[in-house]
Design a protein around this ligand. Structure first.
Ligand code: C5P
Length: 235
């Protein structure tokens, strides 16, 4: 497969065209941003971990019946993916209170929720990714009712599979964000699942093993990413 023109450069990834129909190459960077780009930095080796972890997790999800954009891992940082049209929604599930949820509702971080929550944000940097609901998404024309229902069904399945998967590695899945895309009339999981997009706490000590270490200047950021990677035993 030939890597052709750069199509798009985001905060953490570049996307390239290829000579294969309906296939793009994603190239993961070590650049880290937070607070809608206000905080910038580098997490050395992050691109490799996020690429390889996403691919590993996506293959587990495929086996569990969640369709994904994964095609083939090409190198430590590069993966061939299906060319999707991204639905501009950040789809967030929370199992334990943390981050913006704790702040908004005054609920202490670490409080186990009685049931997982689902929320949507409209992916729009200029607006700061405002939280919206399914009716807003349909009203502004970014998804149909059928697509929202499919996304809802799939993201709860992702949560179920991942909670178990991380728990076996001694990690609690506090919350996470995923994105979906349209591919040949189907809704499939796209983007990434990594310590950039999940809150992952040590099951026993509750030590943070995710991007909050960067966001909150907690130190040992690279160590945390490496620890997750090591515990998951990705070959
Ligand atoms: O900040 P907040 O508590 O709303 O984040 C919830 C989850 O979504 C966290 O796991 C965070 O890493 C993820 N997230 C993300 N990208 C964003 C916003 C949140 O991956 N732009």
């Amino acid at each position: 497969m030939k890597k052709l023109d750069l199509l798009y450069e985001g905060k953490a990834k570049k996307v390239f065209k290829t000579d294969v129909e309906d296939v793009y190459i994603v190239d993961y960077k070590d650049d880290a941003t937070a607070f809608n780009g206000l905080k910038k930095g580098t997490i050395v080796g992050k691109g490799i971990i996020n690429n390889r972890m996403t691919n590993h997790v996506f293959q587990i999800l495929e086996k569990a019946g969640v369709p994904t954009h994964f095609v083939e891992e090409l190198s430590d940082r590069e993966t061939a993916v299906k060319k999707v049209e991204i639905v501009p929604l950040e789809v967030i599930i929370r199992n334990v209170a943390a981050g913006s949820f704790s702040k908004k509702l005054g609920i202490e971080e670490g409080t186990k929720l009685k049931a997982p929550t689902l929320e949507f944000s409209y992916k729009n940097d200029d607006l700061g990714d405002p939280m919206i609901n399914d009716y807003y998404a349909i009203a502004i024309g970014i998804a149909t009712r059928e697509e929202i229902d499919k996304i809802t069904e799939l993201v709860f399945k992702v949560n179920e599979v991942l909670c178990k998967y991380f728990a076996e590695a001694g990690i609690e899945l506090i919350d996470f964000k995923v994105e979906f895309g349209r591919y040949k009339g189907e809704i499939i999981l796209a983007d990434e699942i990594s310590p950039d997009t999940c809150r992952l706490w040590d099951l026993n000590t509750h030590e943070k093993l995710d991007k909050d270490r960067f966001r909150r200047d907690l130190g040992n950021v690279e160590d945390a990413y490496n620890e997750v990677f090591k515990r998951l035993g990705i070959q």
